[in-house]
Design a binder for this molecule. Structure first.
Ligand SMILES: [Zn+2]
Length: 102
């Protein structure tokens, strides 16, 4: 009877040690599921919101012969004057330039 109790007690002790060893070597879910501090950064920061300027993409800038304002060459008004092409920011500047250089 005592031998049987000793055998069961030894078996339970071995099982306890085995479970303890398995628990030490097996990663616990709480440890692996910890929240990560270095997660992926959200897209669209101050760098992502930056867009290229449409005026810079179109081409070069030309200077208005009347007021000196730089305007895109695609929207500038070109008018020949004295054998050369003059650029103007608006038709108002073109008329003023032609009136002043007659
Ligand atoms: Zn102008």
């Amino acid at each position: 009877m005592f031998a049987l109790i000793g055998w069961i007690g030894r078996f339970l002790l071995i099982m306890f040690v085995v479970r303890l060893v398995l628990r030490l070597f097996t990663p616990s879910p709480a440890r692996t599921g910890a929240p990560r501090t270095g997660g992926p950064r959200p897209t669209g920061g101050p760098f992502g919101a930056r867009q290229p300027q449409p005026e810079r993409v179109g081409g070069q800038l030309v200077r208005c012969a009347q007021c000196g304002t730089y305007v895109p060459a695609s929207t500038a008004i070109n008018s020949p004057h004295a054998g050369a092409i003059q650029h103007f920011c608006s038709d108002k500047c073109r008329q003023e330039f032609s009136a002043a250089h007659q």
